[in-house]
Design a protein around this ligand. Sequence first.
Ligand code: ZN
Length: 210
Amino acid sequence: MANEFSSIRNVYCVGRNYALHAKELGNDVPEEPMIFSKPTHALHPVEGELKLPSDVGSIHYETEMVVRISRTYEPGVPVEQMVDGMAIGIDWTARDVQNVLKEKRHPWLLAKGFKNAAVLSPFRPFPNIEAFEAMEFSLLRNGETVQEGNPVDMIFPLEKLISYIGEHFGLAEGDVIFTGTPAGVGPVKDGDELILMMDEERFGPLHVRM
Ligand code: ZN
C-alpha cells in the first residue's frame, strides 16, 4: 500500500461537480469550483478490508474519476500534457458530521479526511480529454449498481479544474484530483462488498468493516 501510493503528493477533491448530485443534497450549483483536500494518510486501495469509523453516523460513498498530474502547472498547458493517469476512487464522506460542519461553517476535514477516506484504484494511462469524458464509471454494492456517472456531465471540466487548482494552490507531479461525484451517493454498513467499474475494467472487491 505504501509503495503504491508513495509517489502521491496532494490529494485534491472537487465538491458539487455534477448538477444532479448538488441537487440531491439540496445544494446550489457552484459558480466556481469548490476544492478541498485530504491527507495522503486517507489513501486506501480497492481491495481487502476497508475499516471505516463506526461512531460518527452515516458514512456515504462518492464514486469519482481521479486524474494524476504529471508536471508543474503553468497557464495554457494542454490537459493532455498536465495529466498522465486516470483512476477511479471513492471520496468517503461522514455525511452527518459534514452537515454539522456546514452549519458551523467549519472546514470539511473531519468529514472527509479520516483514515481510509480516499479509496483509489491503480492508474491507467490518460487517453485524451474526449476519451476521458466518454468514460463510464460505476459502483456496485453487494452486486447491485448504486452509482453511475460519466465525466462529460461534470459542471467544471478537467481543463477548468486544473487551471483553478493550479492558480490557487499549485499543482505538480504526483498530485491527484478526485473530480467529483455524480448523483446516487448513499450509506454503507459493516459487511458490504464494493466493486468499482471504470468502463469494462473492474476493481475490487473491497469489504467494508465498521
Ligand atoms: Zn466527492
